[in-house]
Design a protein around this ligand. Sequence first.
Ligand code: PLP
Length: 284
Amino acid sequence: MNIVYLNGEFLPEQEAKVSVFDRGFLFGDSVYEVIPFYQGVGFRLDEHIGRLNHSLRAVRIQNDQDWVGILEQLVSKNGGGNLSVYLQVTRGSAGKRSHAYDDSLQPTVFACCTEIKDIWQAGVDDVVSLKAIVTEDLRWHRCDIKSTCLLPNILVLQQAKDEGVQEALFSRDEKLTEGSACNLFIVKRGVLYTPKRSSEILGGITRELILELADKHGIQFQESDIDYDRLLSADEVWVSSSTRGIVPVIEIDGQQIGNGQKGPVWQKMFELFTDVQRKLMTGR
Ligand code: PLP
């Protein structure tokens, strides 16, 4: 049975109840994080908590908690191991529906776990490449906030599925921003490129790690604009996220990327990345 966390209590999931007037439910007035735990240890936990605090500050939800303590207890109550933790903080409930809110509201804090498969044990051949479409980025201009207002992300992913592919990449003002739930990288002549960090994209924790690893291991990289032509003429395209890791994209809008195979720079980065995960797991 899954144990979830709700407002100070650890409960079987069936017993966790939230008010229908909760602003997270009524307005999407809430922020969230998704944090992988490997063998009970949070992956880049400080960075995730840092981003959560950034999101909370940006939407003016005041909620200072021992996040690490809550998450570690939750993971342990769910048997430890390899779990992805979802944490959501809403502005709370005023017992009525009104756009305006009072600063005295008590935020609702909810967290739950789902099992993740052993990606660090997977080899390069186990990773399934993706096909994607490019769609207009109709989101607001604060995509740096990890808000639960995900309707544009949900709709483009569904559009991708309707078109028989697995991912949708957003384009705003002729520049690629990111994917529906992932950051975007391209490789051209051995150099790695990714859109600059700005309020138009989420500052992905995996993205940061990829850039750190590139720096440390002599892979040339640049944060720069990527337009549609550069995207389609790239040798490699990848997307990254905490839940999926780093995944090659081999076809976009029906056009093959590079030679249509997983590229050598991706393979190197995948190995560096899984090595970091493995070290974390084994405590080395
Ligand atoms: N961009 C968006 C819109 C996302 O939703 C996510 C993850 O959910 C990411 C990027 C990747 O972020 P991270 O690597 O922190 O999971």
